[in-house]
Ligand binder design. Sequence first.
Ligand SMILES: Cc1cc2nc3c(=O)[nH]c(=O)nc-3n(C[C@H](O)[C@H](O)[C@H](O)COP(=O)(O)OP(=O)(O)OC[C@H]3O[C@@H](n4cnc5c(N)ncnc54)[C@H](O)[C@@H]3O)c2cc1C
Length: 332
Amino acid sequence: MQEYDVAIIGAGPAGSMLARFLGNKSLKTALIDARNLDKPYEGKGLIKSCGGMLAPDAQKFLKSLKIEIPAYIQDDIQPKYVKTYDVQSKQTRRYGRNYINLDREAFDRFLLEGIKADNFFGFMANDIKKENGHFIINDKIKAKILVGADGCQSKVRRVFFPDLGVRKYISIQDVLENQLSREYECYFDEKISDYYGWSLPKGDKTLVGFAIKEKDNALEKFEKFKKAKGFGKEIERQGTLILRPGFFHKISCYENLFLIGEAGGYISPSSAEGISYAFKTAKILFDSNFDVKTFKRKMFKIQLNIFYKNLKSLIMYVPFFRKMVMRLSIFN
Ligand SMILES: Cc1cc2nc3c(=O)[nH]c(=O)nc-3n(C[C@H](O)[C@H](O)[C@H](O)COP(=O)(O)OP(=O)(O)OC[C@H]3O[C@@H](n4cnc5c(N)ncnc54)[C@H](O)[C@@H]3O)c2cc1C
């Protein structure tokens, strides 16, 4: 068994960002990810189920670290507007938003470049326990501190924080051959979901997805939506869980055990944007020096932000308010 000070499970934006910060510290760190991130990437760009739209907050975060996103990760099409459809009120509006349209898989690999983790492991952590004050992972790794950065289906969360209390949605996302529209589009249709759907260009393909409540005939509803919008047959289908934190989101941590990124339910309840939350929660954990009290105190601003985003989603997701907002063209 190899011994570490810190074991981070998950090398998505949250885990890799934390490993980057820890690289300059004297803590011995293991970074574990189920993906084969050390194998050459063939540039298909559609491995991870994500829209790959980097929000302004995440861009600002990277800028503050002087990390520039290389051109090869950026899509040729960079939409400057989000076109919003309200199916029930039959209204359409465009509002400006400066996202960067990314190849998400390439982005994750780029974030790992230059990280000085003491060891990088490519395996699925499926056996995690605590024994005599240490965390044991797959009987291979022993660590004093465990960080769950393992995304929406987090094993660390399921083992140690099973009652996080976030709403769970099923996100179905299809990869289609290029469709006519090359815009970033959002769909609100209360008959399908109280969340939303999207379509966006990705290379010569189009991604179409919808987040639908768990156990709510997600697949059937998604197929209906695609048919109604005239989207063709998919060449690939991705399905995953997506979390939606409530107004009073709990911070998950105990002594030497922390959840960051989407594993902890840190994702925007209004737009499902999660990369900036992954970055910010990694930074907060690093700044807290793994001290539970300090972490909880510093995370208060993330809780406030989630509260505010829930208020915003009341406006955008309650049909009456959305209709008014769109009619008044507030975001136009
Ligand atoms: C369909 C869809 C579209 C989205 N679109 C956007 C978008 O456009 N913009 C945006 O900002 N956010 C988007 N999100 C949200 C965003 O993808 C996540 O919030 C973000 O990736 C969270 O980062 P993370 O590092 O916390 O987790 P992740 O990026 O999910 O990384 C977790 C890592 O942990 C690894 N892992 C998981 N379990 C284990 C295990 N047991 N053992 C070892 N490794 C493990 C995984 O391989 C993965 O690499 C979208 C989500 C979905 C589902």
